[in-house]
Design a protein around this ligand. Structure first.
Ligand code: HEC
Ligand code: HEC
Length: 147
């Protein structure tokens, strides 16, 4: 390495170090970033809002039940931060997609099928406004008395 290359390499290193230090925290307090697992990364804000609101209604939950505050700024939400409920929700989204593909022949993108009401089984089918669906097995009704 000659002297000139060395100087350039040092400057380059310094620039990278400074830009790393200045980079904002890797969170997207307003809106979305690229952490999405099931929804398409290019989903519009309007469609994202519709999906999230439908989860609230189907489960009787609020945004804050699944999402958490920013670790660096507690006044803001960190929408892409991981939580246990978010992980469960992602598993449920995949489950809904698979059930509809396998048993009801509705194939393709989750977001499109979900928002266009093409799915036969959806969050609300089981949850019906509650976080935990009713696990009680239907009890057979007694035989009607013969007259
Ligand atoms: C039942 C749980 C649940 C509720 C309630 C919920 N969300 Fe979400 N939200 C998720 C999950 C899961 C994802 C990630 C989906 C994915 O990865 O495809 C997400 C993603 C997001 C994102 C995109 C984050 C990113 O990484 O790009 C935003 C913004 C968001 N939600 C806002 C809201 C708002 C605002 C509300 C209330 C109106 C809300 N959410 C309610 C589970 C929920
Ligand atoms: C086939 C029925 C079924 C469907 C469809 C379904 N869920 Fe669930 N879900 C369950 C059951 C059952 C549980 C409770 C599991 C337990 O108690 O361990 C659950 C639990 C959850 C939880 C955790 C609740 C808590 O209080 O911790 C979340 C969040 C959730 N579901 C979100 C969703 C979303 C969002 C959808 C649609 C994308 C969905 N579920 C579709 C059956 C379903």
């Amino acid at each position: 390495m000659n002297k000139k290359t060395l100087v350039l390499a040092l400057i380059g290193g310094a620039v990278i170090a400074i830009s790393t230090a200045l980079r904002p925290a890797p969170t997207a307090p307003e809106g979305k970033d690229d952490e999405l697992k099931v929804l398409p990364k290019d989903i519009s804000d309007e469609e994202l809002r519709q999906v999230m609101h439908s989860f609230e209604v189907a489960l009787g939950m609020n945004c804050g039940d699944c999402h958490t505050h920013s670790a660096t700024n507690p006044d803001k939400m960190d929408w892409s931060a991981d939580t246990k409920k978010k992980q469960t929700t992602i598993a449920m989204m995949n489950m809904v997609k698979e059930m509809n593909e396998k048993y009801f022949d509705v194939k393709g993108d989750f977001k499109e099928n979900y928002l266009r009401s093409r799915y036969k089984v959806t969050c609300n089918t089981c949850h019906n406004g509650h976080d935990e669906p009713n696990p009680v097995v239907a009890i057979p009704v007694p035989e009607p008395e013969k007259k």
